[in-house]
Design a binder for this molecule. Structure first.
Ligand code: SF4
Length: 482
């Protein structure tokens, strides 16, 4: 059924019966688990926004595969306008969830696989593109969440996949028959994995001759036999188990990262989209990374908007909002945030059509966008911490607020500027804490640094894409140098 509501989405995930290892226990009731629930709420928002009258136009689009109206999170981009709308939509989702809403990874993977399978078929006479069209039409029709899985454990990073002491440190094909393949390995940092219906697996780097078994791209449902999920910890995550929202910072929404183990998972032929074509693997990695680096110019900006708002609010509550240095620091935060957004919009506006027909962002600008994202949120977090003051790291707990002796002292001495409630001040400080040093910092800071590739990965692409020789030619022409 196309265009699910948030509630229908949660029910559909429940129906998968997924299990995960969470804090040392195997949990089978993930959608109601207090550590997991905020993250599934964030994904549910991407469904509800497609039904909210105010956001419907942004979140709905027409499928190029089926002609049906679909949730934009499954769209194969058909124009540069679609690419720009993607970034605007991601900013909106960041605004309303203040976390990673998890649904873009599969979306970006799909757009990359769509064009790479087409080019692979042209080069090798394979039929991956048709398979992928059929697969993705179902994803659109059933309005599914797809996790895009790329990052392998990599073991000793000075060694290639086949040189590792354990070849499974890069996910690979271990068996083949006429019906499909069996794969073994793991994918790390999997955003939203147990909130997803499907997984799209891609190789983690460009493969070379002799590495054909590692050049594999495929889809499996998240409840396929042989899959094991180990839930990642976040700073202060157990506050979600303490029964009080006040200490959590962002009680409604959160993110999720999972270590996913593929222990001899069978993949049928119809779900295989690359198998041994090593010359296509590097292209797939770069294209997926490019789309996701574009995404960061929307989602992290949306979260940054909330941080700027919370910082301006705490300045007011502290009675310092009119001080010129505070105002200037807020302006600096806005400048940094809008610079990232400008990069996201710019790489979308300068996108181009691929041979397969969908649209791809400008690769150089997408990498510049993500490079900025590896830095600016950290500077914004520094400025927010500066303005919020030391209480962001020393606030007493919600339980002490309820205490008969400590409670009245805390309320008396945490009093804010006139007109502001003490508890509201605590809420704002906890939100800033959450985003800069707590559970929310996983999405806002660590993900900004390493998600879609660590800073050096972007610098390599920037160096490759920038065409330095043409710039040297410009200087030489100006100076009449042969
Ligand atoms: Fe989407 Fe951003 Fe999360 Fe990636 S990091 S899945 S782009 S919200």
């Amino acid at each position: 059924m196309a265009l699910k509501t948030g509630e229908q989405y949660v029910e559909s995930i429940k129906g998968l019966g997924l299990e995960a290892h969470v804090l040392g226990e195997v949990s089978g009731n993930l959608t109601d688990h207090p550590l997991v629930r905020p993250s599934i709420n964030a994904v549910a928002k991407t469904y509800d926004c497609a039904h909210d009258e105010a956001t419907k136009p942004l979140f709905r689009a027409r499928s190029s595969l089926t002609g049906e109206e679909i949730n934009r999170f499954t769209l194969l981009h058909q124009s540069t306008d679609d690419l720009i709308t993607k970034v605007r939509l991601q900013r909106h989702c960041g605004n309303v969830t203040c976390c990673c809403f998890q649904r873009c990874v599969g979306w970006d993977a799909a757009n990359a696989i769509f064009s790479v399978t087409y080019e692979c078929d042209q080069a090798h006479g394979t039929n991956y593109h048709e398979r992928f069209r059929t697969y993705w039409a179902r994803v659109q029709t059933e309005d599914l969440v797809v996790d895009g899985a790329m990052t392998d454990p990599k073991g000793d990073r000075s060694k290639r996949p086949g040189e590792q002491a354990d070849p499974d440190l890069f996910l690979r094909v271990v068996e083949r028959d006429s019906d499909g393949v069996v794969v073994r390995g793991a994918k790390f940092h999997q955003t939203g994995m147990v909130n997803s219906h499907e997984i799209l697996v891609m190789p983690t780097l460009g493969m070379r001759e002799g590495e054909e078994d590692w050049a594999i791209c495929f889809a499996v449902p998240t409840n396929a036999p042989g899959l094991h999920y180990i839930y990642g910890r976040q700073a202060s995550d157990t506050r979600k188990l303490e029964g009080s929202d006040l200490d959590v910072g962002n009680p409604a929404f959160g993110s999720q990262e999972i270590m996913t183990v593929f222990d001899n998972v069978f993949v049928p032929n119809e779900n295989i989209f690359l198998d041994g074509e090593i010359d296509q693997s590097g292209k797939l990695v770069e294209r997926f990374a490019g789309y996701h680096r574009q995404s960061y110019g929307g989602c992290k900006v949306g979260v940054g908007d909330v941080l700027i708002g919370a910082t301006a609010l705490i300045a007011r509550m502290n009675g310092v909002d009119r001080a010129s240095h505070i105002r200037d620091k807020i302006v600096e935060m806005i400048h940094l945030n809008e610079t990232m957004f400008s990069c996201g919009v710019a790489c979308s506006a300068l996108g181009h059509q691929t041979a397969a027909g969908n649209y791809e962002m400008d690769m150089l600008l997408a990498n510049v966008c993500k490079q900025n994202v590896t830095r600016f949120p950290y500077e914004m977090a520094r400025l927010a911490t500066d303005i919020a003051g030391g209480l962001v790291g020393t606030l007493p707990s919600a339980k002490d607020l309820e205490g008969p002796v400590a409670g009245p002292y805390i309320r008396k001495y945490l009093a804010a500027a006139e007109g502001f409630d003490t508890i509201d001040r605590v809420k704002v400080l906890r939100l800033i804490e959450n985003m800069t040093t707590g559970a929310g910092a996983v999405a806002y800071l660590i993900e900004s640094m390493h998600g879609a590739g660590s800073p050096m990965a972007q610098r390599l692409v920037i160096a490759r894409q920038a065409d330095i020789e043409s710039k040297i030619a410009l200087a030489k022409r100006l100076l009449n140098i042969d």
